[in-house]
Design a binder for this molecule. Sequence first.
Ligand code: NAP
Length: 285
Amino acid sequence: MSAEIIDGKAVAARVRADVAREVAEFRAATGRQPGLATVLVGDDPASAVYIGGKRKACVEAGMADLHQHLPADTAQDKVAALLDELAVDPAVSGILLQLPVPAGLDGAALIERIPSGKDVDGLTTASVGLLARGLPGLRPCTPSGIIELLDAYDVPLAGTPTVVVGRSELVGRPVSQLLIARNATVTVCHSHTRDLAEVCRGADVLVVAAGRQAIIGADAVKPGATVIDVGMHRTEQGLRGDVDFPAVREVAGRLTPVPGGVGPMTIALLLRNTLLAARAAAGLS
Ligand code: NAP
């Protein structure tokens, strides 16, 4: 039997519509407009495309686009000074530094300039600590988007054997923590895991963020499992994921496509985070 395809585009559209409605309510209640400051250093074409998508979505949601573009040869202290200005600017609800920054800049140090209340990417040490301790804070967008997708399809998480492939700071680690917070029974795999397919076969929910195209085949999937493919690989045939889609589709119960699965959720959750940051700054819950 063929798996149900999880429609990330449709779920993301719903989240974005909800955010736009709540932004309108926020503006009516406070007279203020949430603002997102995307910061791009240099002219990397892929980064420019990503930033363009975020800015467009931000305007469509009724938020202010407070984009900042610096030349590739900007010195570390100049980028830091801009981030410090944005950190205290009341018009700025959220700050997103597009990674990677050009060679010669210390991206990790720059990220730390962002106060946790404006850290809409959820990447600062403070935000990571809040997540690890289960305290309120802004959560990374792609991991939150994965949880949102699972919820949209009523996938039970409490007590569910769940495997996450990947332990990166961006995806694997935070999504594991979000799943633990939802009482899933989580196993985290990485490049040292012995017999990956066997471990994955134990999962009712399998989240794959390995950055290796088609690393997960049908032999790694329990029949009926829900499979979330985070991978993104540009190939001559188009965008592909970490999961062998045609093969896994015949075994899984539910499966995200690439494109159209996790990808659209990331921007939707960035908008939600910007609204949450604006609400918190305005003293609203
Ligand atoms: P990453 O930083 O390269 O991390 C990859 C993780 O996978 C590492 O923890 C690595 O283990 C593990 N891994 C690599 N090979 C493995 C193997 N053979 N068996 C088991 N584990 C293995 O990548 P990332 O930033 O998390 O991104 C993962 C993928 O998601 C990429 O394709 C990326 O493009 C995509 N992505 C998509 C979105 C989206 O919006 N859709 C957002 C972010 C990322 P070690 O720790 O041992 O090295």
